[in-house]
Design a protein. Structure first.
Length: 288
């Protein structure tokens, strides 16, 4: 559920993280905290030509609890998407991953360059497919409602509440076309600002991917809660640079990871514990 508008590229802050050659165990890191990722499958089972020799360059947008453990590239030590990148590099026989922090909008507008893949919980949409090249999907996602724990917001009264959305995300259209609130809808360019607005009462709820808002609820010391979710049928996929010659090989690795259980292992390790809850356990307001 990432932005589609064009913004200037955020300052890229790379971190090189050394990977383990083993099929399990925490990889050691270079210039960053120790990585907690486990790697699975056969090292060197795919062949790619990375943008930078000897390393896989991955772009994302930070912070992103559960998906990227750490708030800056040099502090990343785990997370679902980071460890997925580690596993892609492992299967490509590459021993380092370079993480670059970029803006959501520049990434999904196809404005970034010199990378191998980008992962930032980006939903595949027809509009985005017109401007960027997506990988095989690696995660299914729905839209959650984050509010104060003591809020009375419900499926019955959400239309009368003040809602917040992140500029350019698929939540913007979903709120307008499906929820159809009678009250104000406030837009934010910064995710942390939107969460702060929920905490302060400036908005009644933030509408964003269930897996994302669960992480913020889990880190709120009980102040915030995901009250419900809507089935959006969205899928997360990586973005490749235009004309990537590595797309087919990485797609095959992602498909193999879905088949051999690697994606399930990464989800079980990072999303359940880090998010503080199972997205599938959140009440579905569109099925009432």
């Amino acid at each position: 559920m990432r932005s589609t508008r064009s913004l200037a590229l955020a300052a890229a802050l790379p971190a090189l993280l050394a990977l383990s050659a083993c099929s399990s165990g925490a990889p050691e890191a270079s210039g960053a905290e120790s990585s907690d990722c486990e790697v699975y499958g056969e090292k060197g089972s795919i062949d790619i030509a990375p943008a930078a020799k000897g390393e896989l360059t991955v772009q994302t947008n930070l912070p992103s609890p559960g998906w990227w453990k750490g708030t800056t590239p040099e502090s990343i030590a785990g997370g679902f998407e980071y460890c997925l990148a580690v596993n892609v590099a492992h299967r490509a026989g590459i021993d380092k991953v370079r993480v670059e922090n970029v803006s959501f909008d520049a990434l999904v507008a196809g404005q970034t360059k010199d990378y191998d893949m980008a992962m930032a919980q980006i939903s595949v949409t027809p509009e985005r497919q017109e401007v960027v090249q997506f990988s095989e999907p690696y995660f299914d996602s729905d839209i959650g409602v984050l509010a104060k724990a003591d809020s009375d917001i419900s499926a019955d009264n959400i239309q009368s509440k003040t809602l917040g959305v992140l500029v350019g995300t698929t939540a913007v259209a979903y709120v307008k076309d499906t929820i159809k609130p009678s009250g104000d809808v406030k837009t934010f360019r910064d995710q942390n600002a939107m969460i702060t607005a929920v905490r302060s009462g400036a908005i009644d709820a933030a509408i964003q991917d269930t897996s994302i808002v669960l992480a913020f609820a889990g880190g709120s010391n009980g102040d915030l809660e995901v009250k419900g979710q809507y089935s959006s049928g969205e899928h997360y996929a990586a973005i490749y640079p235009h004309g990537s010659k590595n797309a087919a090989a990485i797609d095959s690795a992602l498909a193999d990871m879905r088949e051999d259980g690697t994606l399930d292992k990464l989800s079980g390790t990072w999303l359940g514990p880090e998010l503080g809850g199972d997205p599938n356990a959140v009440a579905r307001w569109d099925e009432n």
